[in-house]
Write a protein that binds this ligand. Structure first.
Ligand SMILES: Nc1ncnc2c1ncn2[C@@H]1O[C@H](COP(=O)(O)OP(=O)(O)OP(=O)(O)O)[C@@H](O)[C@H]1O
Length: 266
């Protein structure tokens, strides 16, 4: 796809997630907010795609529409070949339960449950037992094998996000959506979490679509799409972080980035 979101030859061949001309507006007071102004994007199966854009550019809205958590105002969303726009609420719930995993900035772990109980919660809720060898493998993969009986409060932020990733991995969902997965982490933990997501994609063939305002995140992705004011304005394949920073400067996105951490973004 080119920067205008125009579909090019051979696209869509093996895309696990595909958005076509997705528009999402919200009512706000007497007017309306255009959160997505006609987004067209596809995520190849087994890839790590990053949506990068400043605060308010529509990243969360895009992920929520792609994951079937929210409905676009117009346009189509295909997930694993299924047209979400035609599904009723019950079918959407089933699809999310069976094929979609989520990772959030704030981890969303239940404080009263230990790590293993949190990780296996999606299975417990579905009345299923975890495969013991898969559970051991997932806990080892995320580096929490020695922490299964700890409560979230006894973990570092990076370990909490690892537990959240394990929860998304244990069900072997087809696609994992990650909304600012490193937003609450320091630089070292962020790097480890991004390595983990990248390795997961390479080793398990799962697909990850993540959103962030941080160009560092993009450098771990196979593909990056730049979102500004609800539109994809550019894309890069196999980006290096310097290339992402240069492209963001060129696109004028730097000066709109939130400087929350007091970083020098110039
Ligand atoms: N439920 C809602 N009602 C009204 N406006 C909304 C709603 N959700 C999002 N918006 C608006 O839509 C636009 C896109 O929001 P969105 O949360 O998708 O952006 P974002 O890039 O994820 O931002 P952030 O990084 O700050 O979370 C913003 O202008 C936001 O204020």
């Amino acid at each position: 796809m080119d920067a205008q979101g125009i579909r090019t030859e051979n696209e869509g061949a093996d895309e696990i997630v595909r958005l076509d001309s997705v528009r999402k507006t919200y009512r706000s007071g007497t007017g309306q907010v255009v959160a997505l102004g006609g987004v067209t994007i596809g995520c190849p199966r087994g890839s790590l795609t990053a949506i990068i854009g400043p605060s308010g550019s529509g990243k969360s809205t895009l992920l929520q529409c792609a994951a079937g958590l929210d409905r676009p105002t117009s346009g189509t969303v295909l997930l694993d070949g299924e047209d979400l726009t035609g599904l009723d609420e019950a079918a959407l719930t089933r699809l999310r339960r069976d094929r979609v995993g989520f990772i959030f900035q704030t981890f969303n772990l239940l404080p009263a449950l230990d790590v293993e109980e949190n990780v296996t919660l999606p299975l417990s809720l579905a009345g299923r037992r975890p495969d013991p060898s898969l559970l051991v493998d997932v806990m080892r993969r995320v580096g929490l094998a020695g922490h299964t009986r700890h409560r979230p409060a006894e973990l570092s932020p990076g370990q909490r996000q690892r537990a959240a990733i394990a929860r998304a991995l244990i069900t072997r969902r087809t696609v994992i959506f990650a909304d600012e997965p490193t937003g609450a982490l320091d630089a070292r933990d962020s790097g480890e979490i991004l390595d983990l997501l990248r390795d997961t994609v390479r080793e398990t063939g799962q697909t990850v679509l993540m959103a962030s305002h941080d160009p560092l995140v993009a450098s771990y992705a196979d593909r990056v799409a730049f979102l500004s004011c609800g539109r994809i304005i550019d894309e890069l394949n196999l980006p290096m972080d310097r290339a992402v920073a240069r492209r963001m400067t060129h696109l004028g996105l730097w000066d709109r980035l939130p400087d929350e951490k007091g970083e020098d973004v110039g």
